[in-house]
Ligand binder design. Structure first.
Ligand code: AMP
Length: 282
């Protein structure tokens, strides 16, 4: 497994791979890897000749007062996990390598898709994500790029960017990987104390019960939103950032559940903000 820290060297290496006719799969991550990330890697391994995993805690997608400085990092552990998954290369640049002092070019997807949910709660977040992914795509030249359904809005925004700007690659979404008790895996779960960890189960429970209500015939989006809020509200430590239901394709508002919908949650437990979601097709 190759470990690259410099843009020029991995870009040259990826160019060579392409000249040899190899299909490159890219898995962008911020590190502190768990089974969710490894599922993306395994999916990439299935579809591609070369698997590149980037590990980069991207400062431009964190807002002021968010957890950039304390975001968990463990490169040694990450690289041994990736070695076991037979990853071909890790790209782990420094922030200074990715953003030169005079950096001033941004890629931004506008409209409802970035204005709602995490776009509303975390101003500038998606601009940071789309900019860093553009850079990673230009550096690693992937044919396929793998993203988790865990960050549903991120995947939607990146799919839109790829369509709008004709990036020569395809985005592959990988389903959410959960702990045995249903909590969606996240690098941020390590922030939770024992009581928060227990109460955090309410996210998946709310999504499950809301899905059941839809399957049982509820078609009023407002009622489903209310149900999500009630269930999460039953957990004394949970502070809802959002609990919403939108059109799954473009996040348009809906009154009636008559198409594929995305139920999306962001809930804080103390300082830890967790997200989860579920797609439901009627
Ligand atoms: P992160 O390191 O949190 O930026 O995540 C890197 C990639 O892994 C993103 O595409 C995430 O959506 C994906 N990911 C994170 N957690 C999970 C999970 N529990 N299941 C599936 N994919 C995940």
């Amino acid at each position: 497994m190759r470990i690259f820290k410099e843009i020029q060297s991995i870009q040259n290496w990826c160019k060579e791979q392409k000249v040899q006719g190899r299909k490159i799969g890219l898995v962008p991550t911020m590190g502190y890897l768990h089974e969710g990330h490894l599922e993306l890697v395994r999916e990439a391994r299935k579809h591609c000749d070369i698997v590149v995993v980037s590990i980069f805690v991207n400062p431009t997608q964190f807002g002021v007062g968010e957890d950039f400085e304390v975001y968990p990092r463990d490169f040694q552990r990450d690289s041994s996990l990736l070695e076991r998954e037979q990853v071909d290369a890790i790209f782990a640049p420094t922030a200074g390598e990715m953003y030169l002092p005079d950096f001033s070019s941004w890629v931004e997807v506008t409209g409802e898709i970035t204005a709602k949910l995490c776009g509303a709660s975390r101003p500038g977040h998606f601009r940071g994500v789309t900019t860093v992914c553009t850079k990673l795509f230009n550096i690693c030249l992937p044919d396929l790029a793998f993203f988790g359904q865990k960050d549903a809005q991120q995947a939607m925004v990146l799919e839109k960017m790829v369509r709008d700007l004709n990036f020569p690659l395809q985005i592959i979404r990988v389903p959410i990987v959960r702990e045995a008790d249903g909590l969606a895996m996240s690098s941020r779960n390590v922030y939770l104390d024992a009581e928060d960890r227990k109460q955090a189960l309410v996210l998946n429970q709310a999504l499950e019960q809301a899905e059941k209500a839809i399957r049982d015939g509820e078609r009023d989006a407002g009622r489903i939103k209310q149900l999500l809020q009630e269930i999460i509200g039953s957990s004394p430590r949970a502070e809802i950032d959002y609990a919403e239901i939108y059109d799954a394709y473009d996040l348009a508002d809906i009154q009636q559940i008559d198409r594929k919908v995305l139920m999306a949650l962001a809930v804080k437990f103390g300082k830890t903000r967790l997200i989860d979601n579920r797609l439901v097709e009627v």
